[in-house]
Design a protein around this ligand. Structure first.
Ligand SMILES: NC(=O)c1ccc[n+]([C@@H]2O[C@H](COP(=O)([O-])OP(=O)(O)OC[C@H]3O[C@@H](n4cnc5c(N)ncnc54)[C@H](O)[C@@H]3O)[C@@H](O)[C@H]2O)c1
Length: 252
């Protein structure tokens, strides 16, 4: 679909890959609503991007707040065409430590944010999108893009929760695309490799150690490179039911 004039929700838009995506969507002529828990950063990004960007403080795991916020977006902008599920957390934990099994909550919290929340937003957004007038000759009404990770395919030690959540996103792309085909709604995902964002908590040493596994280019991905693919997925109607690696061939 053409991005100009469309309405998008970008979760996690206050930072990193989400912020770059919000910037790119606004530059391409969309109206963007950023959802994030980080109010300070979210408001700053929205202010920077001007009148076509606004911010809502949302915890993506809050089912009722998400439903209310989707209704508000549609009320304010008349429709919802693009959903970028980008908010995410990583909380690596071993399975057992010297003191015993690690806390189950550390696993379930990541599943809540990285798998259940994106699905909840997907189902509510799909309902809103199903009411849109078609925006392409094919009858397309909306596109939903989940942010997975290469950890879905080869997670590292301690990434059980993160890999399981991201693998879940990959696995749901095809069945959700099949289910929503009759509504003209596409579902796709992007699996980033190593991208330079605050998710690593500024641990430069740890980040540089990861680069030993880089193939080409030997550097971190730039958030703008993620955003560029995000825009292509919006524009290219043949991308559906799949999750695309964006990783410069990195393998661990
Ligand atoms: N940076 C990478 O190398 C990399 C690699 C693979 C996948 N990813 C995925 O990309 C996505 C974005 O990551 P990033 O690197 O930009 O991280 P980031 O930490 O810079 O941004 C994540 C944003 O999500 C928000 N967020 C977290 N939990 C939330 C919640 N419950 N409700 C609302 N907002 C919440 C944070 O406030 C933050 O603004 C994540 O899903 C992450 O798993 C990142």
């Amino acid at each position: 679909m053409k991005i100009e004039g469309k309405v998008a929700i970008v979760t996690g838009g206050a930072s990193g890959l989400g912020k770059a995506t919000a910037e790119a969507l606004v530059a391409a002529g969309a109206k963007v609503v950023i959802w994030d828990m980080n109010e300070e950063n979210g408001k700053a990004v929205a202010a920077e991007l001007g009148e076509n960007c606004s911010f809502m403080k949302i915890n993506v795991t809050d089912e009722a707040a998400v439903e209310e916020a989707i209704n508000k977006v549609v009320e304010q902008h008349g429709a919802l065409h693009i959903l970028g599920n980008i908010a995410g957390i990583a909380r690596p934990r071993l399975v057992i430590s010297k003191d015993g099994p690690t806390a189950l909550k550390d696993f379930t919290d990541v599943i809540d944010v990285d798998l259940i929340a994106p699905y909840n937003i997907l189902r509510l957004a799909a309902w809103a999108m199903s009411k849109n007038e078609p925006v392409t000759e094919d009858g397309e009404r909306g596109v939903i893009i989940n942010t997975s990770s290469i950890a879905a395919e080869h997670g590292q030690r301690g990434q059980q929760s993160y890999s399981a959540a991201k693998g879940g996103l990959n696995s749901m792309a095809l069945p959700a695309a099949r289910a929503l085909a009759r509504n003209g709604i596409r579902i796709a995902g992007i699996m980033p490799g190593l991208f330079e964002t605050p998710i690593y908590g500024g641990n430069v040493e740890k980040m540089n150690a990861h680069l030993q596994n880089a193939v080409f280019p030997v550097r971190f991905g730039k958030p703008a490179e993620f955003a560029s693919l995000f825009l292509e997925v919006c524009r290219n109607s043949m991308i559906n039911g799949t999750t695309i690696r964006l990783d410069g061939a990195v393998r661990f």
